[in-house]
Design a protein around this ligand. Structure first.
Ligand code: GLN
Length: 283
């Protein structure tokens, strides 16, 4: 090995495979890793795997929770004793986690239009989501999005960052409220009608030294707000549009399904964030 070569670093990324579009994510992750290899200075030994139990989750450095049906995913997670390991992964160990559509709902601290007892949340994002915001399956739609965070791609080998991203919305949620990043936000949320909340968890002490829990960052919005309901608590700029992508520390969420379009750019971007987190933790 030459003096300027570094040792191979193992990175394992899981896709929760209890229900929904997990296979599509695995395919796109493989494609994204091939693109990243051309850019990365450190050699990585990537493993992408479907995750169905605690042992498989434990072996992961990062996780994707796919689109599907959040009530079904949460039910299967509960039956297979995965809810608590998932909460540990996201909120105690604070490992990088990305939820798409149903995955975003599961990663919210609070979710609307949900029967009490009908849905368990993992949490991790201080947001309230409104489920099925745009209506039923037949009201699914596509939109071409300008995703500012993709424009930071350095262009080496994949300078397609300026192209719009074709996004598919299927019974998609939106982020209807950003919640303050303080302890006990769930109490107030629990009083909101038809809303379920995630149980709070305390971050691991060693992890807390490395990760700062910042406020939720809005990563993308649809132009123009489509909400027809009145929500006096919603203190967001009405001109800002429907929020469809957010990030808070280790957790990223999108309302739409990048796994269904075959465009790997968001996967490339997210794997770069995963690498930063993995390198930071190894320090
Ligand atoms: N509406 C679904 C839910 O509540 C999410 C739809 C999706 O993931 N495409 O879980």
């Amino acid at each position: 090995m030459g003096s300027n070569e570094q040792a191979m670093v193992d990175v394992t990324v899981g896709v929760l495979a209890l229900q929904g579009a997990f296979n599509e994510h695995v395919q796109l992750l493989r494609q994204a890793a091939r693109i990243l290899v051309k850019k990365d200075i450190v050699e990585r030994n990537w493993t992408f795997k479907e995750v169905r139990n605690e042992a498989e989750l434990d072996s992961c450095d990062a996780l994707i929770i796919p689109g599907g049906e959040s009530t079904a995913i949460s039910l299967v997670a509960q039956r297979s004793n995965m809810l608590e390991p998932l909460r540990d992964f996201v909120k105690v160990l604070r490992k990088p986690t990305w939820g798409t559509c149903a995955g975003l709902i599961l990663l919210a601290e609070s979710a609307n239009r949900t029967k009490k007892g009908g849905q368990e949340l993992i949490g991790g994002l201080d947001i309230r989501v409104n489920r099925n915001h745009f209506g039923r399956q037949i009201e699914s739609f596509e939109a071409s999005l300008d995703l500012p965070f993709l424009q930071h791609a350095d262009g080496k080998g994949f300078d397609t960052s300026r192209l719009l991203f074709r996004a598919i919305f299927i019974r998609a949620p939106v982020v209807e409220k950003l919640l303050p990043n303080v302890a006990g936000i769930q109490e107030g949320e629990a009083k909101v009608e038809d809303t379920v909340i995630a149980p709070s968890r305390v971050m691991d002490e060693a992890v807390a030294k490395k990760i700062k829990l910042a406020d939720v960052e809005i990563m993308a919005a649809l132009p123009g707000r489509t909400a027809t309901f009145k929500n006096t608590e919603m203190n967001l700029d009405p001109e800002a549009g429907d929020i469809i992508a957010v990030r808070q520390a280790n957790v990223f969420g999108t309302s739409f399904h990048p796994e269904l379009t075959g465009d790997p750019r968001i996967h490339v971007w997210w794997l770069e964030q995963v690498l930063k987190a993995v390198d930071e933790r190894a320090r």
